[in-house]
Write a protein that binds this ligand. Sequence first.
Ligand SMILES: Cc1ncc(COP(=O)(O)O)c(C=O)c1O
Length: 464
Amino acid sequence: MNPEEIKDLKEWDTKHLWHPFTPMSEYAEEDPLIIARGEKNTLYDVEDNAYLDGISSLWTNVHGHNHPTINKAITEQLGKVAHTTLLGITNKPAVRLAMALTEITPPGLSRTFFSDNGSTAVEAALKIAYQYHRQKYNREPKRSSFITFSNAYHGDTIGSVSLGGIERFHETYRKLLFPTYEVPSTYCYRCPVGEEKETCNLKCFGRLERLLETNGHEIAAIVVEPLVQGAAGMITFPEGALRRLRELADRAGTLLIADEVAVGFGRTGSMFACSQEDVTPDLLCLAKGITGGYLPLAATLATEEIYSAFLGRPEENRTFFHGHTYTGNPLAAVAALASLQVFKEEKTLSGLQPKIKKLWDGLEIFKELHHVGEVRGLGVLVGIEIVHIPLTKRPFPPAERVGHRVIMEARKKGVILRPLGDVIVLNPPLSITSDEIEKLLDVTYNSIKLVTKETAGRYSSVER
Ligand SMILES: Cc1ncc(COP(=O)(O)O)c(C=O)c1O
């Protein structure tokens, strides 16, 4: 691309584009990174500088960019038809994908409702849960509340924001949101009930258990990000916690909604996080990696028990009155089918285990960095929490934007990362190679070391 064109693009970007979750005043002062193409796990900017995609283009890419199998599937479908509606009619890729999802998700989820992003997958799930209790055989119209976890993130539509628990993202919209019962999440590094991880016996679930005893009858569903709360900074669930949640939901006669938008499609080391604890949720939300990171698509899967409550004559109005224009888009559906084919052909999941081991072995030395408070996560999902004072876990002042500065430093060294506050997130494509893991770790380590040392240096030695 010639320098003149690049200059124009940079100018128009800051003049006309409004970037999501981006403080725009500051962004406008930085040199924008304009991506031109991708090849395997590397992205190239308009000047052909290479960057390792350390966050899978916002947790979506699975098998690498420009994968021939996925490209071919999309191109072939494009020669047939790009889009037709699922409202009242159907299309071959959507049918085949619904069938395929039934086969690979936890047993018992037989119905797929398509939408086009993670927020809408969750939005559909919460409306299905709400309507289900009103239409099922033994109706329970009082079940209209949801139990959510602190630090949860389920998307940006008003319904999914209502289920969220991240102050920084959600507080602004508080008055627009419907109330939920929020219970503590398993943020062991800053334990919400002041216990030690090794001996706590899941005491943080106490509030949830008491709540279900007193108010269980009004709960439509418990909503959870299984095993890892991604946007919270990769907060993990202790082993057995998800299974316990399933038991508690069953005992209270309420539904369990598993939001696997971030953790699904191999990120935790298995195809779905729920499978690691043999849990079948009543509703399962999928998006992000579903198309291998190629096109927007989401799915909300339901049990036959839930689905059957929506059957009846049209005039009974039991229909699920919800649907998005691009629901079940054939191009996106063939991309998803091709991604599943690659999982099989490249034996992605079995090949992933040694990579996960290498990643976590390499992360050990991060714990020796003075300002690294905790390194946590599961599979390829990694959160490195940076603190100012390790003893008290005090963060750096927000104005320092330490997380942001770390990822800008990593960018200079050829790796794309994105922070969540002062938690540095690694979430590479499952196709990452051994050499790339080394580069990812090396660059992240050196960027954290440099920025934290420089920042701490500006405070008094007592504070350091
Ligand atoms: C667990 C979870 N649910 C829902 C969403 C929302 O997905 P989307 O951004 O596609 O709307 C996200 C996005 O990060 C997520 O991590």
